[in-house]
Unconditional design. Structure first.
Length: 144
């Protein structure tokens, strides 16, 4: 064997550890990017649920305001019967304050309406990873 062929024989397979190292590094980068992508997707999904909860609560406020306007009284608190795509909408409170403005006896009724919309269970935190809730409080002034 000559010196050149002997040197080549002992250097055989030298690139294999370097290639294996590069494959591991590329795999770790891909795994990190996948993790970032899944976190972004979950965050976007929760933002969408939050927006849906807001509009479900808003529809509950509209329902209560319609009842107040047509009946001149607060509706019963509790479940409103409004169920929108899994969101449970409930009237938490409705209170009336009568106010007389000035000497000419302009009477004003002020209703304070508080509505809660929840998705994924009841309570403050619910029992679902997709739990979302919004509470809206509205003051409604009606001159009588």
């Amino acid at each position: 064997m000559t010196k050149t062929s002997s040197t080549l024989f002992h250097q055989r397979g030298f690139a294999l550890p370097a290639v294996a190292f590069l494959i591991v590094i590329v795999a770790l980068i891909i795994a990190g990017l996948e993790r970032i992508n899944s976190n972004q997707t979950a965050s976007s999904s929760m933002g969408l649920q939050s927006t849906r909860a807001y509009y479900a609560a808003y529809s509950g406020v509209e329902w209560a305001a319609h009842h107040v306007r047509n009946n001149n009284s607060c509706p019963a608190t509790g479940d409103t019967g409004v169920n929108l795509n899994g969101f449970q909408v409930s009237l938490e409170s409705c209170s009336l304050v009568q106010y007389q403005e000035g000497v000419t006896a302009n009477n004003v009724n002020i209703y304070e309406i508080r509505v809660l919309a929840t998705y994924g269970g009841q309570g403050q935190y619910g029992n679902s990873p997709d739990f979302s809730s919004r509470e809206l409080t509205v003051s409604m002034v009606i001159e009588i």
